[in-house]
Ligand binder design. Structure first.
Ligand code: NAD
Ligand code: IPM
Ligand code: MG
Length: 370
């Protein structure tokens, strides 16, 4: 029977294909055990697409992404591509997907599993029970602002990147953050640099207006300078519920948050567009980590961030919240049995490979569905 659940897989480079292989196991399991069939398409992105086609994302792949119900993205990049021209870089493929699909809201949840308390570099009491959501603006700011690049200025070479935000770009991501907070602990911290950046002042004012005029008086809003936010995340992360922030600060703060959970290999993400008139939204799901060239091809990658990103796809794109819960519970159960990839290894635990971790998740899913 034809499925209306189209899933585009873009494994990419480095450990991207390795962690995507583990998601394929769960997709197959869903088909067999839950009668949920996905119409899977696959294409190349990043360095893999550059090697095959001379571009990090073909128009054909872009079209497939625009028409999929969800895109599952592995990772892109690698040292062999670092000196390519600007638009040929693997990262340019990812930025094009985000921009052209208008995926402005990037949800990066940092949740600490009890089994991994020892894997964090922080004291267990600081991270135990942590559940925060970073909402990163993803299609504007310094990543896309113009002008950018080299120019001559007063007879000297200089290079410019431009931080730029329109009111609408701030309003829509602030609304996502407030709406999410309403279903959580009703607190939003907005992080910017209003002390030194004009865009920071505008961001702060606009978020306050959305809070006041958007009917969000049940949500507590606080402002935090982004540098202080980074420090507070390490000092006392549980003070936060939802953090909303711009593209660049969101990139940095989510890597910090990743280490609270034990490893960058644990942090999933969902990049969402606006809800259209039919109630659908474009979406791309990807781990927060990159292509990890240092461990690629060795079976060492932790597939959890990718698997948990797929769980987010089940929840946000396919209205399969129960199945999302199941995948998350299975992931947690595997870690509770002491199985570990090297990034989250602790004394007394069993070291396993990427693919063994995927198999262990399937075994737990089987137990739960039995
Ligand atoms: N979304 C993406 O595709 C994405 C994100 C970040 C970086 N990158 C790209 O990846 C390349 C490498 O960047 P980087 O080294 O700064 O960041 P990275 O996230 O690839 O790796 C940072 C460190 O974390 C480890 N790590 C990351 N994911 C892991 C996992 N799943 N399991 C175990 N360990 C893991 C790596 O081994 C490495 O030591 C660069 O080309 C960068 O542009 C891509
Ligand atoms: C690969 C790169 C373009 C990307 C970013 O900077 O947004 C990555 O670091 C991320 O966190 O998704
Ligand atoms: Mg990043």
């Amino acid at each position: 029977m034809a499925s209306n659940k189209t899933l585009l897989m873009l494994p990419g480079d480095g450990i991207g294909p390795e962690v995507c292989d583990e998601v394929r196991k769960v997709v197959d399991w869903m088909d067999k055990r839950r009668a949920v069939t996905f119409d899977i398409k696959e294409d190349k992105v990043g360095g893999a697409a550059y090697d095959a086609y001379g571009t990090p994302l073909t128009d054909d792949a872009m079209d497939k992404a625009q028409n999929a119900d969800a895109v599952l993205f592995g990772a892109v990049g690698g040292p062999q591509y670092d000196n390519l021209g600007w638009d040929a870089r693997p990262e340019a493929g990812l930025l094009r997907l985000r921009k052209e699909m208008d995926l402005f809201a990037n949800l990066r949840p940092a949740v600490t599993f009890d089994a991994l308390l020892e894997a964090s570099t922080l004291k267990p009491e600081v991270v135990q029970g942590l559940d925060i959501m970073i909402v990163r603006e993803l299609t504007a700011g310094v990543y896309f602002g113009e002008p950018r690049g080299m120019q001559m200025w007063e007879g000297k070479e200089r290079c410019i990147d431009t931080q730029s935000y329109t009111r609408d770009e701030i309003v829509r991501v602030a609304e996502v953050a407030f709406d999410l907070a309403r279903k959580r602990n009703k607190r939003v911290a907005s992080a910017e640099k209003a002390n030194v950046m004009k865009t920071g002042v505008f961001w702060r004012q606009t978020v306050a207006e959305v809070h006041k005029d958007g009917g969000y008086d049940d949500i507590e809003l606080s402002n935090v300078l982004a540098d202080n936010c980074a420090m507070q995340l390490v000092r006392n992360p549980k003070q936060f519920d939802v953090i909303v922030t711009d593209n660049l600060f969101g990139d940095l703060l989510s890597d910090v948050a990743a280490m609270l959970t034990g490893s960058l290999g644990m942090l999933p993400s969902a990049s969402l567009g606006a809800v259209d008139e039919f109630g659908r939204r474009k979406a791309l799901y990807e781990p927060v980590h990159g292509s990890a060239p240092d461990i690629a091809g060795q079976g060492k990658a932790n597939p959890m961030a990718m698997l948990l990103s797929f769980a987010m796809a089940l929840r946000y794109s396919f209205d399969l919240g129960d199945d999302a819960d199941l995948v998350e519970q299975a992931a947690q159960a595997v870690l509770s049995t002491g199985k570990r990839t090297l990034d989250i290894m602790s004394a007394g635990c069993e070291a396993i490979s990427t693919s063994q971790m995927g198999d262990a998740v399937i075994a737990e899913l089987d137990k739960r569905a039995a």
